[in-house]
Every structure is written in C-alpha cells, then in structure tokens.
Design a protein around this ligand. Structure first.
Ligand code: TMP
Length: 241
C-alpha cells in the first residue's frame, strides 16, 4: 500500500467491500472482498480473486470516465484490492441503466432476455437492504428529499453519458453492455460525483459474438465459471493475464 495514506478504523463493511478512514481528511480507502452475494444476501459464496479483479476493473473504468469528463471518487489504486477514494455523502439511490432487457426488467415486463430496448431505460431504487432496495421514481425521491431536482437531473445526465462511454469502450473489447448499476455521492461543496464500483458484480456483460454471460449472473443462476468470466473481463479491459 502507498505510504501516503494510513488505513485507520473501518467505518463500514458491505457485502463486497470494506471502507476505512485514513489519516487524511476527506480520503477513504475502499477494500474489495472475494465474498459474493445475490438476492439481497439470500445466496452467498466466495470467488477467489474477485476482490482483485473488481478493484482493477473499477479503477480502469473510473479513469476512463474521468478522462472523458465524468467526475468520480477515484483517487489512486493502492494495492491489488485497495483504492483511495474521495469521501462523500452517498445519495441513497441505486441508478440502473438498461440497454437490453434482462434480469428484473425482463421478468417484470414479460420480455425475452436479450430484447433490444428502443431507448435507454433509467430506473431508481432506494438503497435500503431491510426493504430490499425498492424501485422508486422522481416523485418519491423529491418527496423523501433523497436528492434535489437539480441533483437528480445531474445524476441522470451523468448516467446517460457513462452509458455511452462504457458501451463504446466495452464494445471495443468484444463486450456488450446490457445493463448496470451506479451510485453517486455529494461532495462538501455540493458537487455530484460517481461513487461505488463498476464491475461484473454490478453490470451485465455479454460476449458480443457468443452472447456468453461474463458477469454475476453466472453466480446468481449457478452457471459455473464465475472466476474465469470475471478474469476474462479484466484481461480484455486491462490486457493482462
Ligand atoms: P436487475 O435486472 O436485477 O434489476 O439488475 C439490473 C442491473 O443492476 C444488473 O446489471 C445488476 C445491477 N444490480 C446491482 O449491481 N445491485 C443490485 O442491488 C441490483 C438489484 C442490481
């Protein structure tokens, strides 16, 4: 780990990550775990090497987004599984971006998985494990004060922009971006920036040619080959073995 940041006490442990305070005000360290869960914790396991892969994929994609004008919490990769990030107040929403029908959208609307959507779909869920992250709309968000109208407009604009940037980049690696989940945070000055991770845990990635699933659906649906699929995405994006 870089000598610049000393990891102090753990302030949060989620299903796939831990977050630590550091000696530097305004900077946290995120540590990615090998633990994997699905169905809000109903199914759990360990995928060896997942922490490394998700840390590296996320950081590669966060850098790409920064280069193209999307502000993110990424500061510096400190080790295989640890990254320094900006401290922020998380907006309690999961933003889901969909290009092709799959997962819960396919089930809800009775669509075959793989049905192309005429335009990109944005969905919001309230981040609350006890409630199972219920889907909400702009009116709920305003009524509950989770984000202002201006903040939500910024979040939506960034989400569409991120979709364009990631879709194009992944396409060049032979990966179709089916759908994904984003989280945003608020800096002290009120600026909205991208937070959390962008990895096979939080996206659906299908091989462009074969349609093979290269994401967490392999775990959710007991398809096997989870570790290999995650590594394949990393190799294609980072060009490493
Ligand atoms: P869904 O089809 O299950 O609603 O998922 C849509 C996308 O969002 C998929 O790429 C997985 C991702 N996602 C998360 O990362 N975390 C979540 O809690 C949920 C519900 C979805």
């Amino acid at each position: 780990m870089s000598g610049k940041y000393n990891k102090l006490e753990q302030i949060y442990e989620g299903k796939a990550k831990k977050v630590f305070r550091t000696n530097i005000n305004g900077i946290y360290i995120v540590e990615y775990k090998d633990a994997i869960t699905a169905g809000n914790g109903a199914k759990a396991g360990v995928i060896t090497g997942k922490g490394i892969v998700n840390n590296r994929i996320t950081n590669r994609l966060m850098r790409l987004l920064e280069e193209q004008g999307v502000p993110t919490h990424f500061i510096e990769e400190l080790s295989d599984t640890e990254t320094a990030v900006r401290q922020l107040e998380i907006v309690p929403l999961e933003v889901i971006v969909r290009n092709i029908a799959a997962g819960s959208l396919a089930a809800r609307l009775g669509l075959a998985e793989g049905t192309k959507l005429r335009s990109t779909v944005l969905e919001y869920c309230y981040k609350n494990d006890a409630l199972g992250d219920p889907m909400v709309n702009e009116y709920h968000i305003a009524a509950m004060g989770w984000a202002s109208e201006i903040e939500l407009k910024t979040i939506a604009d960034y989400s569409f922009k991120i979709n364009k940037i990631l879709g194009k980049h992944l396409q060049s690696a032979g990966i179709e971006l089916i759908d994904f989940k984003l989280e945003f945070g608020r800096m002290n000055d009120g600026a909205i920036i991208l937070a959390d991770e962008i990895s096979p845990d939080t996206c659906r990635f299908w091989d462009t040619k074969t349609g093979e699933k290269l994401d967490k659906d392999r775990f959710r649906r007991d398809l096997g080959g989870v570790e290999d699929a995650y590594r394949e995405v990393m190799n294609r994006l980072l060009g490493q073995d």
